[in-house]
Every structure is written in C-alpha cells, then in structure tokens.
Design a protein around this ligand. Sequence first.
Ligand SMILES: Nc1ncnc2c1ncn2[C@@H]1O[C@H](COP(=O)(O)OP(=O)(O)OP(=O)(O)O)[C@@H](O)[C@H]1O
Ligand SMILES: [Mg+2]
Length: 292
Amino acid sequence: MSDIIDELIKSRLKGRSSIFRDKEILHPEYIPETLPHREEQIKKLAEILIVALKGVRPSNVLIYGLTGTGKTAVAKYVIKRLVEKAPTLNVKLRSAYVNTRKVDTTYRVLASIASSLGLKIPVTGIAISEVYRRYINGLENWGGLHIVVLDEIDYYVRREGDDLLYKLVRINEELSRARVVLIGITNDINFVESLDPRIRSSLGEEEIVFPPYNAEQLYDILKQRAEKAFQPGAIDHDVISYCAALAAREHGDARRALDLLRVAGEIAEREGVDRVMISHVKKAVVELEEGR
Ligand SMILES: Nc1ncnc2c1ncn2[C@@H]1O[C@H](COP(=O)(O)OP(=O)(O)OP(=O)(O)O)[C@@H](O)[C@H]1O
Ligand SMILES: [Mg+2]
C-alpha cells in the first residue's frame, strides 16, 4: 500500500504539474482582473453606485440573470474597486457581502452584515431585534455609507420570508448619520415577480439584467483564464472551444464552462499525460454529471 502512496507523492506532489500552472484561477470563487463581455453590466452598476464616492446614497439595485452569467463576479468586482477608492476621496464607504443560500438564517444574515462594520455579534444568545439594534447603532456611530449585497436572495426569502428585506429597504428612515444601499442578486425571475410590490419597488429602484453568454463569449472568458491556469502548450484552442460550446448549450453558464475545463485538466493530470484533449472533456461531462 505504502508504495502506491509514495508513488503518488512523487508524481503528484513533488514534481510540478505538467497540466496546471495555477489551478486556483479556474476556481469558481476566483475573480479575474477583467470580466470580458460584462462591460455593459459593469458600467451600469458602477454608474449607479458611483455617487457613493461623493457620500451620496445610490439607488438600491436588483440584479438578475440565469446561473453562471457573472452576477456575483461583477457585483464583487465593482464594489471592491469603489471601496478601495473611497479612502483616497475621504469618503466612509464599506460593504457587506452575504450569500444568503449559505448563510441561511435571519440571525446569521444580520450578524454577518453587522460584523462587516467590525461589530462583535455573538454566534447565538441574543435576540434578532438586538442584533438589528446593534447594527443601527454601529452604523450611526460610524456615519458612513454601507453597501449591502444579498446574493442568492431567493433562497433566503423562500426559507425565512421577507420580513428582514422589508426592514432593510426601510432602514434609512431610522438613520440620520449613516446610509445603507442594498444590492439584491437572484437567478430566479419568478422570484422577482413574486416579491411584495413594496419590496420590489424599493429594492428594484434600479434593475440590471444579465443575459446568458454565447459560445464565442464563453470562449473568450475561458481563454483568458486558461492562459494563466494551464502550463504553456497543455491546452489547445479546440479544447477550450469545445467546453465553450457545451456550456453555451446549457444556457450560457460560465461556471459550467470553467468546471468542464478544470475537471478535464484534472483527468488529464490523473492519466499522466501533458495535454488536455477533447476526450478528457467528454470524461469531465460524465464526472460532473455523477457529482450533480
Ligand atoms: N465575464 C466573465 N469573465 C470571466 N469570468 C467570468 C465571467 N462571468 C462569469 N465568470 C466566472 O464564471 C463563474 C460564475 O460566475 P458568477 O459566480 O458571477 O455567476 P452568477 O451569475 O453569480 O451565477 P449564480 O446565479 O449561479 O450565482 C465564476 O467563476 C466567474 O468568475
Ligand atoms: Mg452568484
């Protein structure tokens, strides 16, 4: 047995990979420096939020589009750039990002928002109303503008109802020194339509729709990431093109395209070859199917 392990250590851990240079770049959470084919959405979101850099509260924004269309990546990208700029302009600007599919209770969502201001909120033991009160106090003591991103918000509302959203869209009425701007993100258009009209009109003061990517656009996205993620010569353009075409058929999902590329690379690596082939992508389809 130990021979097998030793062999694996020698081949996989010690030697550098002949396939990947930096596999992290293909990870879904990785945000690249540029987001091809999302210029319009970046511009639109930035134009809405830019007044934050004058200390003015921007409109709330509701973002929707199918899965893998770059909603989370664009929101994080734009907000990060604005928050980084703020200190140079003497503006108090901070942001909270909560994925409400993963952070699943009202308590935890609020605690996560509040802790992004540096407030210490215990894991349990205080009432939700108390967490809310501490958030309000924290905001007022600080006196800045808080951008709060609620991602995959449909999961949360289906589970916990819309009380918190209702409170948050009206939170500025309780504030005098600080301001909150909300960005809701969802891939469920039915959810948007089923929202309480009062919430829809406040949260959707501005709405941005993310269309699916086509095969050429997915090709550009994959190529940009593949150039950094793979060893030179380990992947050809026809393999990238094949992954892009498959993902384009599945409603233009960039996450799916990246998964195919990454898993195909892993399979090639496991087989001990130094090039990713279309056959590896076909195996990746099966492997991803089994994991679904
Ligand atoms: N234009 C782009 N350029 C480079 N990478 C992109 C682009 N659009 C999406 N991606 C990548 O594709 C993956 C999925 O994108 P993202 O997570 O933003 O999708 P989403 O619209 O939020 O999907 P979901 O609704 O499932 O949450 C991420 O790894 C992201 O970095
Ligand atoms: Mg997302």
